[in-house]
Ligand binder design. Sequence first.
Ligand code: EPU
Length: 445
Amino acid sequence: MEDTEDAFIIHGGNKLEGKVSISGAKNVALKTMIAALLFDGKVVLNNIPVINDVKELLRLINSLGARAKFIDRNIVEIDSSTVDKNKVDLLHASKTRVSFMLFAPLLQKFKECFVPNPGGCRIGSRPIDRIIDGMRELGVKVQYDSESGYYQSNISHEGIQGEYTFEKPSHTGTELLLMLSVVGRNNVVLHNVALEPEVDELIDFLNEGGASINKVDTTIIVQGVGKLSQKKEFTISSDRNEAVTFAALAIATKGNIEVKNVNPIAIKTFVDTLKKAGGGIEVASDKAMRFYYDNELIATSIETSPHPGFMTDWQPNWAVLMTQARGESVIHERVFENRFAYVSELRKLGAKIDFISPDVGDPDSHYYFNYDVSQSYKQAIKIHGPTNLHNGVLTIADLRAGASVVIAALVARGESVVNGAPILERGYENFTGKITMLGGNITKI
Ligand code: EPU
């Protein structure tokens, strides 16, 4: 399993100031790397972040026989012509959630494949039932063997075709069904798809390679093209989650950071909410924004939802900001179950946070996970601020919780130890380097 022994030592209290450049988006890098296995010939991807999740995925696809590597600092080249295995290795797959997306290239190549139940960040049970349903609806036979933990799947002789309506949207589900459909010979229509900008970027990448994919509102129409090949190198966009983390760091530490290489549209809901809370924001250029401490923040409640709503990945960062804001704020998580693993850690630093149970009417339609009446859920917290945070010994439970714990430790007075550094490094490139450049006192041991 993952090595989670490494820790960050953080001396909090410094204002973070200066400029920081945002790296390539993890959740585009991973999907384009998998989609590259659908292409004939070599594929070159630029702006790929050097993060643990990308390194794990490289190992995983190379274990299938592909030749995939960094050929320069942030440039990955992938050649799938040598892929000769249709069974995904259990150990490698357990380290990265997107491993199940390998169904698409392996079914395209071998018509049959074996893929284990996915690993990755434990935020709720994270089933892939909708995705399996969708595959079946489009003509893939899938069986799960609970003893081995593997899905065995093969394409029926009619191939991939038909229509599928997601009962509730799924980001990676939409992407996987897209990838499956694109190199078939038939038409596929997907309804109620995810609207995240990362999905649009995957569509751009595939269309540049010769695919025929059209998205109209919440429907995607794919005409199978049989073959894909890269005409020009593809450069992935910057990571909107990293941008939000540095914005939160600027304001929580009462600092001032120019965040470069950011797409303001992709973080618009965050920026609008931050304005409401009184955060200092200035557009520095079409690709740079400055975030600064202006006045004490005003407690501002949020509910997460899929794009264009307030993104679930941003709420742990928002929670730290709200510990510094005057008043009571509520964070209500609608996308994932169990996404409050950071609460116990922030409490160790003195944060005043209670779990609450908002009345939501019909929970099944309110929440995006599969709501089960027999379960008890903790989907909302109330934060009482402002609090002077103090140091503590903390543990990172999942990637985004990790960012919030580190921000809090950088705000807190005194020395904190944050265990589980590799979990954070799954998704943040050169994290300690960037924080140090901005004047934060962080080292990894
Ligand atoms: N769900 C099901 N069954 C399914 C699919 C999804 O119950 O078959 C549930 C999920 O458990 C969740 C909700 O539906 O409660 C929405 O899940 P979705 O499939 O949209 O999320 P995801 O594809 O698993 C991706 C990102 C997440 C990001 C969400 C929302 C990747 C690799 N992961 O997850 O990113 O939070 O979309 O945009 O793209 C992260 O980067 O740390 C991260 C968790």
